[in-house]
Ligand binder design. Structure first.
Ligand SMILES: C[S@@+](CC[C@H](N)C(=O)[O-])C[C@H]1O[C@@H](n2cnc3c(N)ncnc32)[C@H](O)[C@@H]1O
Length: 370
């Protein structure tokens, strides 16, 4: 077991209550101690909140992160967060704490699909956060949105599956679901999931591992287009690394979110786009700078909460254990509710079937010899 360490959200995560843009820039540990973190909660007006940490079994992981300009004038053009505080090696460093089971999962994934994620090019735009930045977003979700064992988390466009695998360990959500429209990426995600579940199953059989060392299994990936769903129910948290999503998709997602019960939206675009342009019925809780894998690009992560009343439960929604659930997600949720052995079996079946099914082949051009 790892030694107990205190995990706290860093000063660099937080926007100053006076709106000081530089407050979002990473500070040295010394300064962090003397100036307590504060943030703006729009629904309560401007007030100062002090952020504590959870005492969980964690290991300190040194990560790189870009400092950031807190710029709410969000547009596709100026969205990238560029560091104004380049240090000697071009980057700031900060400490993020990653739980033991999460670390094991990232190691398994790294062995299978590489550290930058593999298949990063081709098809719809691809990109993913560093482990430390993802941990930062998870910590903020835990503190500000009650992300926990009862939460149901969707990643819209799950790619190779790291955000879903992460929250299925820390905080170990009830249902971690990713949908991905690119077949190869979905298959890579499923392959990652399979090695993780194999390890979780081994641990279960041995019965010697517990607590934060034990790998969680309530995660699944589906190949498909999110617009096949009418609602985001049963998800409590709607997450999307939405860099490069087309405007039409944002509009559709906004309408879908507004007619669902889901309470939180986590994405990488500011209120000007999400609220004003795309009509998401949400208010901003907190924002934090993040860094991307294998690139100097950074993006501001935004955590929103639904604004006003939730709409009535949608017509035609199934109820699964009393919770409304869009038909698109029912099978996946049922699979995650099973024990580890059965869930692993169904993942294995899907991977095998997909590998055996005939994919469209490219016709070769005849080579004309002269
Ligand atoms: C920037 S990548 C993010 C991958 C992953 N969420 C992560 O953070 O590591 C966005 C992904 O969304 C997928 N995507 C885009 N539109 C989609 C849609 N309508 N339905 C499902 N997936 C979609 C893309 O194929 C791409 O793999």
């Amino acid at each position: 077991m790892s030694p107990k360490k205190t995990n706290t959200v860093k000063q660099s995560d937080i926007k100053d209550d006076k709106g000081d843009k530089n407050a979002a820039i990473s500070l040295s540990p010394k300064r962090r101690k003397t100036s307590p973190p504060s943030l703006i909660t729009p629904s309560k007006g401007r007030e100062e909140q002090h952020i504590g940490g959870s005492n969980v079994s964690r290991r300190q992981l040194k990560i790189e992160t870009d400092g950031a300009v807190s710029d709410d004038s969000d547009s596709m053009e100026n969205h990238d967060v560029k560091s104004p505080t380049r240090r000697i090696f071009g980057r700031d460093t900060e400490i993020a704490s990653v739980q033991s089971n999460t670390r094991q999962v990232y190691n398994l994934v790294k062995q299978l699909t590489g550290s930058i994620g593999g298949n990063g090019h081709g098809g719809a735009i691809y990109g993913e956060l560093t482990t430390g930045s993802m941990q930062k977003m998870v910590d903020l979700m835990k503190i500000h949105t009650n992300l926990g064992p009862d939460s149901r988390f969707i990643d819209v466009g799950s790619g190779l599956g790291k955000p879903n695998l992460h929250v299925s360990q820390d905080p170990g959500v009830e249902f971690s679901y990713g949908i991905e429209m690119e077949h190869v990426r979905w298959m890579l995600g499923m392959s990652n999931l399979k090695v993780v579940l194999d390890e979780a199953y081994k641990q279960e059989m041995e019965g010697t591992v517990s607590g934060n060392d034990k790998i969680g299994h309530r995660c699944i990936f589906q190949h498909g287009d999110i617009t096949e769903a009418n609602y985001f129910d049963p998800f409590t948290h709607v997450y999307m690394f939405d860099i490069g999503f087309p405007p039409k998709l944002f509009k559709q997602l906004g309408e879908m979110f507004n007619r669902s019960q889901s309470e939180y939206l986590i994405c990488y675009h500011g209120p000007k786009l999400m609220v004003d342009r795309y009509g998401f019925n949400v208010e901003l809780i907190i924002q934090a700078p993040t860094s991307m894998h294998g690139s100097s690009e950074g993006h501001m992560g935004y955590i929103y909460r639904r604004k006003g009343k939730t709409s009535k439960i949608g017509h035609g929604l199934d109820l699964l254990d009393g919770v409304p659930c869009d038909k698109l997600f029912t099978k996946a949720w049922k699979s995650c509710k099973q024990n580890i052995g059965k869930h692993l079996e169904s993942v294995q079946v899907q991977v095998t079937q997909s590998l055996n099914s005939k994919r469209p082949t490219r016709k070769r051009k005849a080579v004309i010899k002269v």
